[in-house]
Design a protein around this ligand. Structure first.
Ligand code: F6P
Ligand code: MG
Length: 444
């Protein structure tokens, strides 16, 4: 076994992990508490006095959680008896073994990836243990607001999509490839709009994304999009009727709001251009990292698009709805996506999910958190190849579409990281830079 570098951790004072745990996470918790409090009347209308009591108890749980975080208390076992509770508690033991027996696993001492995921899981525990409000999505308001704030950008993107959908048959192979590159980049930059980096504050897309692509090009530090194109075209097989059948594309979603729309537009293009026969979307089964997509967000976004008072936007929604009805598109969730594991653990710890992903011809992993999990959120040297940082994870050809929001980046050219450090010291965390990084498993 090759030695792997340590995990990023808040124990390094002044690091981005440290600042996240010290400042950003408590702010997010305060906003959650505030949201629940503001919904007090709604809980009363729906559930009467029982709803108000549940609201009070939940706020009590979350205030205690905030205090544990701020005072670096030991991480507690979960006790809500959900499907994944045992796995979480086993993972805590694993963290304890890594740390040795002297210190307990705590917020500022263990791995950043683990404790950040744990905070979102504890929010879920607080809600879950307090029926009748256990279905409440504490981030729903922020997600819907961010969707509406991006309305103009959504309209221009849908108008663009419908424009070339009408002319699809006249497009040459080269033009098709150009459109693909454009929409892949739109989906890439869509990842700027997440509500975790902004600690829940407004972070929507205002301008038309298509117009700014060429200005943004120089901010893509690694661009493997040609390999993504090759993976798609080489997945096309001759069907029984003599026509070619394209492959299956899986998209591991990140944020709701504008980013999700960019993913749906890309998926629509892949299907209508004959580059994918089926698209499977993977989302979260609980509210996660503020803006991540749940099944409800997925359906809601399609319904909103469909009901929009704009011809091309609603036409896009109608198309998406029928893809879902026909099974060309499908939404899936799995508890593993809301666990703290590095993806190199997936084959062992979630073999069913790994086997499902093996059926894809291409997997697109959206966003920063997926990148952290792909690379194990470790202190890798910038020049370590992406393939090596994946540590054997490769259910199918895969590509990470990520804007940089955490201090980890692999697969750079010699000197590239040093140059960036001098030019722009916050290059890894500002969301200004991005990567399109591809890896293909070595098939026997
Ligand atoms: O809170 C930190 C973080 O994990 C960052 O890495 C990133 O800012 C955000 O949360 C999640 O980003 P994304 O939505 O792109 O996964
Ligand atoms: Mg996210």
């Amino acid at each position: 076994r090759q030695l792997v570098p340590p995990s990023l951790s808040a124990k390094v004072e002044g690091s981005f992990a440290y600042l996240t745990v010290r400042d950003r996470l408590p702010t997010i918790l305060t906003r959650v508490i505030d949201t629940i409090h503001r919904n007090k009347n709604k809980f009363f209308e729906e559930f009467g006095e029982e709803g108000v009591q549940a609201e009070k108890r939940t706020i009590g749980f979350l205030s205690k959680l905030r205090n544990e975080l701020l005072t670096d208390k030991p991480i507690l076992v979960l006790c809500d008896g959900l499907e994944d509770t045992d796995s979480w508690n086993q993972y805590l033991q694993r963290q304890q073994r890594l740390l040795g027996e002297r210190d307990p696993v705590s917020w500022f001492k263990s791995s950043w990836l683990y404790i950040e995921c744990y905070m979102y899981r504890r929010i879920q525990e607080a809600i879950w243990l307090n029926p009748p409000i256990s279905d409440f999505d504490v981030f729903n308001e922020s997600k819907t607001q961010s969707f509406f704030e991006s309305q103009q950008a959504v309209i221009s993107l849908c108008t663009y999509l419908q424009g070339f959908n009408r002319n699809m048959d006249d497009l040459s192979e080269t033009q098709l490839m150009e459109q693909f590159h454009k929409l892949l980049q739109v989906s890439l930059w869509g990842n700027r709009c997440d509500l975790s980096i902004s600690a829940g504050m407004e972070n929507s897309q205002k301008a038309s994304p298509i117009d700014s692509l060429s200005d943004l090009k120089s901010f893509i530090l690694v661009d493997d999009s040609n390999m993504v194109w090759s993976a798609l075209t080489s997945a096309q097989r001759p069907g029984e009727d003599g026509k070619t059948t394209p492959g299956r594309v899986d998209i591991v979603l990140d944020n709701a709001g504008f980013e999700l729309v960019t993913d749906l537009v890309l998926a629509n293009f892949l299907v209508s251009a004959g580059l994918a026969r089926e698209v499977r979307f993977h989302g979260k089964s609980i509210p996660w990292f503020v803006s991540d997509v749940t099944a409800h967000d997925f359906q809601w976004t399609i319904r909103q698009t469909l009901a929009a008072n704009h011809k091309w936007m609603s036409k896009s929604g109608v198309q998406w709805q029928s893809y879902v009805r026909e099974g060309v598109w499908s939404y899936h969730d799995h508890p593993f996506w809301t666990m703290p594991h590095e993806y190199c653990d997936m084959a062992g710890d979630a073999p069913d999910l790994y086997a499902t992903l093996q059926g894809a011809d291409l997997i697109l992993f959206k966003g920063d958190l997926n990148y952290r999990k792909l690379t194990g959120d470790r202190e890798w040297d910038h020049m370590v190849p992406f393939d090596r940082a994946l540590r054997g994870f490769g259910p199918a050809p895969l590509c990470s579409l990520r804007t940089l929001k955490a201090n980890i980046q692999v697969g750079l050219q010699p000197g590239q990281g040093e140059n960036l450090n001098t030019q722009d010291p916050s290059w890894m965390t500002s969301g200004k830079y991005a990567v399109v990084q591809f890896s293909s498993p070595h098939r026997e």
